[in-house]
Write a protein that binds this ligand. Structure first.
Ligand code: SAM
Length: 274
């Protein structure tokens, strides 16, 4: 089955599985980054949380800017040509394949998410350059070996891959389980592969209050972590400079929009598998 066929077949099956009675992180995040692919229930909790902690909007927006800078760095300076983006979220401006293929038109990208709403919008993620390739997998982070097996239909897993897990690991309640899932995904990738993570951190009262409000809304909970825990996902890897930092401080460059807060409750890192 070609990538586009796989996506079309899955899309037809998706709508009945969409729960519009509870907020969902992909749609809630889409609302925060200014998208339109969200429901009333997502906007309601979004507005409540903006009142509790407006800084979460900065986290969502600046984390996407970090994604752009990390992918440009990896596709450009490092020469990575394959990306595995787990917990993709809803398509927005500058998705991973668009950023990567602007630098390297032959780049291949596999998107992975388990949310049926993301699946229904996946066509916007499959707009590859002719030289490159994109694919969308409906799969779960909780089964890393199955993700790797399916990704191997598009990516050559004997060559370096950048594994991207942005603002998604907070869904895994148990930190050690989260570390294990990341370790198992990286175990299937060769030396020279990279891990890219960003996530919200419990670094302010406001962020902790926002997290509590979100988790009380009926949505699948999202746990904000300590900065040291973000670093712990990179054990065994060589951290790329500047290490684990706020998402706004990871290799900032003049091309980034200037209108964001310099300090945010979200940390990130990029690590290389030796
Ligand atoms: C807050 S969004 C982040 C989206 C995007 N990575 C970003 O940073 O803008 C979290 C995403 O993780 C996805 N997700 C949650 N649990 C997942 C799982 N077990 N497997 C794959 N994706 C999952 C959600 O559907 C959602 O799209």
């Amino acid at each position: 089955m070609s990538d586009s066929t796989a996506q079309t077949a899955a899309t037809a099956a998706a709508p009945g599985r969409i729960d519009t009675s509870k907020p969902h992180s992909a749609r809630f995040w889409n609302y925060f980054v200014g998208g339109k692919d969200n429901y009333e229930v997502d906007r309601e909790i979004g507005e409540q949380i903006k009142e509790i902690f407006p800084g979460l909007v900065d986290v969502a927006v600046t984390s996407r800017h970090f994604l752009g800078r990390a992918v440009r760095h990896l596709a450009g300076e490092v020469g990575i040509r394959q990306f595995l983006d787990v917990g993709t979220g809803l398509p927005t401006a500058d998705n991973t394949h668009e950023v990567a293929q602007r630098v390297a038109p032959d780049a291949r990208i596999v998107y992975v998410d388990n949310d049926p709403v993301v699946l229904t919008h996946a066509h916007a993620l499959l707009t590859s350059t002719p030289e490159g390739r994109t694919a969308y997998l409906e799969a779960t982070l909780y089964d890393p070996e199955a993700v790797l097996k399916a990704a191997a239909g598009t990516l050559d897993l004997s060559r370096p891959v950048a594994l991207m897990i942005l603002n998604t690991l907070g869904h895994v309640a148990d930190y050690e389980q989260g570390r294990d899932l990341v370790r198992r995904l990286m175990a299937g990738l060769p030396s020279g592969s990279h891990l890219v993570i960003s996530d919200s951190t419990a670094t302010s009262e406001g962020m902790i209050a926002a997290s509590n409000a979100y988790n009380a809304s009926g949505a699948v909970p999202y746990y904000v972590r300590r900065v040291e825990e973000i670093g712990g996902f990179f054990d065994g890897l060589d951290l790329v400079e500047p290490g684990i930092v706020q998402v706004t401080k990871w290799r900032p460059n003049p091309e980034d929009p200037a209108n964001f807060a310099a300090a945010v409750d979200a940390y990130c890192g990029v690590g290389r598998k030796p």
